[in-house]
Design a protein around this ligand. Structure first.
Ligand code: GLV
Ligand code: MN
Ligand code: MN
Length: 419
């Protein structure tokens, strides 16, 4: 293994991170609103391309609205991809996704300045709509690149205001029907390395500075649609009440303790839409969206089946019908064993303690890892908080992660030169 010295420009990293952190701040001060295909998310992509262009990287986009910036090499061949996403959940934090993109830019800047002879191009990626809460189309950018998009689901996708995804993309000059043309795994990608905050408490609690991710959880998001009968809240006789909200609530109350008793399984009732949504009306219709996760595909399958059974069982006495639809489905994905070792070995040479963790958050690496070698680096999150405005990692921790990313990337590029 070639020993290289990569020094990160911490001022560049801090400056770029604070520039991105200006984009999409909620005016109420409650975090970030860079939802997919919003003005703010697209502005973040423009910012990324400008910043990368200033470094002299070659900048381009694809049909899914992903942005790329390439550091050329004397030899052509598949590029090593590094990066993350620029969108946030509603009222999200500044670090989830944004840190990985800025960290990748800082790593590219350092590798460029190091004078290392690259045997392969290095491609910094900023993916579109990793999070998914607006259209239910999470991991859209990486799925498009991996050729793994379900076009029927994407064609039907609309946000809560009824805006079709197609129209939201068209506002930025992109045609939804062109999404399949973004697929370009081989021969253009060597593999993918993603730097991210942990988003959980394990590294902070164990005082370990970094982690190599071993596997990324599987995720299924399920929409339950309860239909009862809208009626007057005061006059409807008790036996005639077909309250869809009550059935949804009883589903939550019965399924959640069962999940609590299971190993390697989490489930979150995260979004509810009640119709007509007034205190003096028996609600006739409810949509309740669940997020169910496990790194074990069998547990995931069994849990989703049981959730639907519970919803049907609790609805029957109220004469409420239930339909279910899985609108987001990502199988669990192990990271590449050799690449996990590369991260661990780079950490050792940098004197950074390095744990091995399963990721309970979804990531673009979980999609790309099915079609190319992939690995992830985690750094500690303060109090394990994420998808919330309080999300925070120290500058020191962030710079540790960037050094580890840059070193692992440099090792991979050098290794390819030698092979
Ligand atoms: C994305 O952050 C997810 O885990 O849902
Ligand atoms: Mn993320
Ligand atoms: Mn996230």
């Amino acid at each position: 293994m070639t020993v290289s010295t990569i020094s990160i420009d911490s001022a560049f990293f801090r400056q770029a991170f604070s520039e991105l952190a200006q984009i999409g701040r909620d005016p109420s001060g409650r975090g970030y609103q860079r939802l997919a295909w919003s003005e703010a998310e697209r502005e973040a992509h423009r910012w990324f391309r400008d910043r990368a262009g200033q470094l002299g990287l070659e900048v381009f986009t694809d049909a899914a609205g992903n942005s790329f910036a390439e550091l050329a090499s004397p030899e052509s061949g598949p590029a090593l991809a590094i990066g993350s996403h620029l969108d946030t959940v509603p009222f999200g934090g500044a670090y989830d996704g944004g840190y990985g993109v800025v960290g990748a830019l800082a790593a590219a800047e350092a590798i460029q300045r190091s004078g290392l002879k690259l045997s392969r191009p290095l491609r910094v990626c900023a993916f579109t709509d990793e999070e998914g809460p607006r259209f239910g189309t999470g991991l859209l950018g990486s799925k498009a690149l991996a050729g793994a998009l379900d076009m029927d689901l994407v064609r039907r996708a609309q946000d809560r205001e009824g805006t079709p995804l197609k129209d939201a993309m068209a506002r930025f000059g992109l045609d939804l029907e062109d999404l399949p043309s973004a697929a370009r795994v081989r021969p253009t990608f060597l593999g993918y390395l993603e730097l991210h905050i942990e988003q959980g408490p394990r590294l902070e609690q164990s005082h370990i500075r970094t982690a190599a991710v071993t596997a990324i959880t599987g995720i299924r998001q399920v929409s339950l649609h309860f239909v009862g009968k809208t009626n007057h809240a005061g006059t409807t006789p008790k036996p005639d009440r077909r309250n869809a909200l009550r059935a949804a609530a009883e589903t939550i109350a019965r399924f959640s303790p069962w999940v609590d008793a299971q190993e390697e399984l989490v489930a979150n009732p995260g979004q509810i839409t009640v119709h007509p949504n007034a205190a003096n009306v028996v609600p006739g219709e409810v949509r309740l969206d669940w997020d169910v996760r496990s790194p074990d595909p069998n547990r995931l399958q069994a849990a989703v089946e049981y959730l639907i059974t519970v919803a049907e069982d609790v609805s029957r006495p109220f004469h409420i019908s239930v339909d279910s639809q899985i609108f987001h489905d990502v199988p669990p994905c192990p990271m590449h064993p050799d690449w996990i070792e590369l991260v661990a070995s780079a950490a050792e040479r940098l004197n950074l303690s390095c744990d091995r963790l399963v990721s309970w958050a979804g990531h673009d690496a979980g999609v790309l890892g099915r079609v190319m070698p992939a690995a992830m680096i985690f750094i500690p999150s303060r109090a394990g908080v994420s998808h919330a405005p309080e999300e925070y990692s120290t500058d020191e921790a962030m710079l540790d992660g960037v050094r580890l990313l840059a070193q692992t990337a440099a090792d991979l590029l050098t290794r390819e030169a030698e092979s």
